[in-house]
Design a protein around this ligand. Sequence first.
Ligand code: ATP
Ligand code: MG
Length: 426
Amino acid sequence: MFERIYIEEAKRRPGETVTIAGWVARTRDLAKIKFIVVRDKTGEIQVTVKDLGLYPGEGLGREDVIAVTGKAAQSKIANAGVEFFPDRIEVVNKSRQPLPVDIAETSQSELETRLNWRFLDFRAPQTRAIFAIQNRLLSTFRGWLTENGYTEIQPPCIISSASEGGADLFKLPYFEKDAFLAQSPQLYKQMCAISFEKVFTVTPIWRAEKFNTPTHLNEVRQMDIEQAFADDEAVMKVLEKILVHMLRDVKEHCPEELKTLKRDLVIPELPFRRVTYTEAIEMLQRAGEQIVWGDDFTKPQEKRMMELVGKEAFFLKDWPAAQKAFYSMPYSDNPEVVHAFDCIYGGIEISSGTQRIHVPELLRERISKKGLHPENFESYIEAFAYGAPPHAGWSIGLERLTMIVTGKDNIRECCMFPRDRERLTP
Ligand code: ATP
Ligand code: MG
């Protein structure tokens, strides 16, 4: 393999003979001169070919992979920046033409087509910007939690029973038994938190959602924490802090990507406002929405709430027990209400959390109350029989968060290889 340097570096080393390599983004042919714009992961450069004998005889098409040896030089044309003057152009691999998907800055291709040709779509500026931002969100999340004393855990993805209720579970044959794909790392992160105290994970989960929607996938990446000696308020504080930290970090380190996406990222103020579920219902009712105490909010109602609360990000807390999972800690003076919260950001739920029940007897009672069978959860319940501290945690959906940060309306844009009711490939 030839030695090459990135385009960004070649631009910093004008006058030196170096080799760059990448994809042909576009070409322009004039009678006596040819221009090739080459792209690699660090950017683009214009290769100016004056000696037409250097130009490949078979011509060049978009996305052909080429290696060019030559020298960078400051361009004489104002604003053009740096040009590259070749001594040698090697065609490394041709691309089939025409391309099945438009990957230009002004791509006109439908989302479905783009997803069918995802490997090519990854080369489009908008798509690259989305995943550069997602990458930043993930690395900042991991970095902040590691620095703040959280242990990264690896929960299993094949599990024996439901954690969030049975309806949207994927079942799979597992030797002589049935098993399920995890719909959340819930039970495992609790088992870890009661020993390691502060834990986090980034893990895929699967949900057989009833419908295809612009905000749901069937395979999701969740970013979770779980923390011992903490209640709901304690972990809400962690959530608002890390969210603002991640957003500031994107704003600081991804300005070009945000510009490509035409996204003006507003950083929410700390602390986030806390609105109780009951207050929220009353606000929506006053605004003429059809909703009664006990209902979950629809996605349009979540958006409406944002307008009514007037904040980019806020918490909805103290939910009816019926709307939240069996492990949610009830208020001692009002067991119909649980220590649970959602974080609404950009008008959509991006995270849910609760203080969990750490007392085996209470857990059995609440499981039965949900119509589930405590026998199916014995190994989980038993974990709390040997000195389990009170604990709480939350989960952020990575693709949901990316959607809001990048300003996209369809979550499929923010998942490299989305899985929905129809899509299993690529
Ligand atoms: P929703 O009410 O939006 O369907 P949920 O309350 O069922 O979500 P949780 O169990 O609270 O979801 O999961 C925690 C987070 O994981 C959610 O806040 C969301 O960001 C993300 N999430 C959950 N289910 C999905 C899904 N099907 N597609 C995309 N993200 C999801
Ligand atoms: Mg939720």
